[in-house]
Design a protein around this ligand. Structure first.
Ligand SMILES: Nc1ncnc2c1ncn2[C@@H]1O[C@H](COP(=O)(O)OP(=O)(O)OP(=O)(O)O)[C@@H](O)[C@H]1O
Length: 261
């Protein structure tokens, strides 16, 4: 079985800047990865490549068995669920939450035809309910709170029943209760029987849901360490990644880190 994602010596260059520098990253079916790293480390760039939204300057990217550059990305993208600010900015604020979700089934952002299949609408509504935002289904996207918007975006990312789910800082801007609800829902999602391979980019260890299996630590566009969470998420690796002495704590499958005093 081919890997879900196989990045081999991927480099992304913009002018003189190396956004990613010779990155290898392989995801097998059933794995759930967290990506951690300081601001500017290249996390979003890596996710954009995994989402078939950006091409490497050098190296190769194989996504769901297809090689980037040798496949029609418009056929590949519906197989990948992406929740990211880069997508959020393209969503028309006047569209209702339901339309924001249902239009993902057609690979568009705005409602462009009047009659959607009833079953698509039912699925979109179910996803909004699953993520606790069923009550705002008829509200324009622009009028939603940050937390509601995040959950609508996750519902949108799941609409096509993706084989690979990419979540770029889904917890950003959420209050404490919103974050905990998001962590619980994401944990339930990834531990479900038909869960897609998932990648979560976050700045905060508290946002790692139980059930995630692997971690990739990035710094200055390079991989510091990558592997099973239990072995790779260590105080030492975190300290190297963030260039600061950090102490990792773990309690019942949840993590946090503080500067060593
Ligand atoms: N077009 C570009 N030209 C030059 N530099 C760029 C360009 N796009 C991104 N960068 C830089 O590449 C680096 C990596 O950006 P990226 O958004 O991938 O980082 P990140 O790890 O997601 O950061 P953050 O945690 O702040 O969101 C940053 O320093 C950014 O300023």
């Amino acid at each position: 079985m081919s890997p879900v994602l196989n990045l081999s010596s991927v480099t992304v260059r913009r002018g003189r800047k190396l956004l990613l520098d010779d990155v290898d990253f392989r995801i097998e079916d059933g794995e759930r990865w967290v990506i951690l790293g300081p601001n500017g480390a290249g996390k979003t760039t890596l996710l954009q490549i995994a989402a078939a939204r950006m091409f490497p300057t050098a190296g190769s990217a194989e996504i769901l068995g297809e090689t980037l550059g040798g496949v029609d990305v418009f056929e590949l993208r519906p197989r990948i669920g992406l929740c990211s600010n880069s997508v959020a900015h393209t969503l028309p604020g006047r569209e209702t939450s339901l339309n924001v979700v249902v239009t993902a089934a057609y690979g568009v952002t705005g409602r462009w035809r009047e009659e959607y299949e009833r079953q698509d609408e039912r699925r979109a509504f179910q996803l909004l309910n699953d993520w606790g935002v069923g009550t705002v289904f008829d509200r324009p996207f622009a009028t939603l709170s940050e937390g509601e918007r995040k959950r609508v975006q996750i519902a949108r990312a799941l609409m096509t029943d993706p084989e690979l789910l990419l979540l770029d800082e889904p917890g950003a801007g959420l209050d404490l209760a919103g974050r905990e609800a998001l962590v619980a829902r994401t944990a339930a999602l990834v531990q479900g029987a038909f869960a897609p391979a998932t990648v979560l980019v976050t700045h905060h260890l508290e946002e790692i849901p139980p059930g995630f299996t692997h971690v990739l630590l990035l710094r200055d566009g390079q991989v510091v360490s990558a592997g099973p969470l239990a072995e790779t998420l260590t105080s030492e690796n975190l300290s190297t990644t963030f260039d600061m002495p950090l102490e990792l704590t773990e309690r019942e499958g949840r993590y946090s880190a503080f500067m060593k005093s």
